[in-house]
Design a protein around this ligand. Structure first.
Ligand code: AP5
Length: 225
């Protein structure tokens, strides 16, 4: 099963991707996570990406496409993958189609998570993550203590807020999403690949809507045989 998860910043793509990993046993490929990791390690790629990420703009296509090309060549993607946060504009979508056509493995579906603007802002303002295990939490819905700490790691490290979750940067990210990424829904709808999931609901409910939509696909039936 080869799928793309798209939706505004904070729509829940990363959260739901974690659920799909368990359900379909395929890896998540998050360009945001790959870029944040490169920034944290101070690699040449990370240094180039940092300014764009801090301002809420998109990182240059050639950087992101190089990263995706390398990641898709890894053996764990043979049974499929969940692309989270990629593609983000038409050039990336076209490059992805060519890459996948080249290996005879086209996308099975593109899922668009629809969430209200107010809920997006609430989710992003409450998002905290663990620098040690990478889990993402939310102070509005999870009991994390004050100050919030990771309940998955044995030593309960303090949770951190993402740099680009600051209000002005979030505004810019939402604008970039509307201008460059949201139009991809029409692009994929025209190809018959788009599935829309209403994601203004508790996490478990969104997961069952998502899995319900994906189980209808011929690829899901093939995978379960
Ligand atoms: P990226 O990391 O991809 O950020 P994003 O798309 O803005 O998405 P988020 O990670 O903010 O949100 P999400 O939808 O995953 O939500 P989450 O599950 O965490 O990109 C960051 C930056 O990297 C970009 O701005 C850009 O600079 C660069 N970049 C990345 N990809 C790129 C590309 N392809 N091209 C160029 N540049 C690129 O959930 C959010 C919060 O809500 C969490 O706290 C979660 O616990 C909570 N939550 C989730 N679901 C629910 C629910 N149903 N109910 C209540 N709370 C919920």
């Amino acid at each position: 099963m080869r799928i793309v998860l798209m939706g505004a910043p904070g729509a829940g793509k990363g959260t739901q991707a974690q659920r799909l990993i368990e359900h379909f046993k395929i890896p998540q490929i998050s360009t945001g996570d790959l870029l944040r990791d490169a920034v944290a390690r101070g690699t040449a790629l990370g240094v180039k990406a940092k300014a764009a990420m801090d301002s809420g703009a998109l990182v240059a296509d050639e950087i992101v496409l190089g990263m995706i090309r390398e990641r898709l060549a890894e053996p764990d993607t043979a049974r499929g993958f969940i692309l989270d946060g990629f593609p983000r504009n038409l050039a990336q979508a076209q490059a992805l189609s060519s890459m996948l056509a080249g290996i005879g493995k086209p996308l099975d579906a593109v899922v668009l998570f629809e969430v209200d603007y107010d809920e997006i802002v609430r989710r992003i303002s409450g998002r905290r993550s663990c620098a040690k295990c990478g889990r993402v939490f939310n102070i509005h819905t999870d009991s994390l203590g004050n100050p919030p700490r990771c309940d998955r790691c044995e030593d309960h490290p303090l949770l951190i807020q993402r740099r680009d979750d600051e209000e002005a940067t979030v505004k810019r990210r939402l604008q970039v999403y509307e201008e460059q990424t949201r139009p991809l829904a029409d692009h994929y709808s025209a190809q018959g690949l788009l599935r829309v999931v209403q994601a203004d609901a508790p996490v478990d409910e969104v997961t069952s809507r998502l899995i319900g939509a994906l189980e209808q696909l011929p690829a899901a039936r093939r995978a379960s045989r």
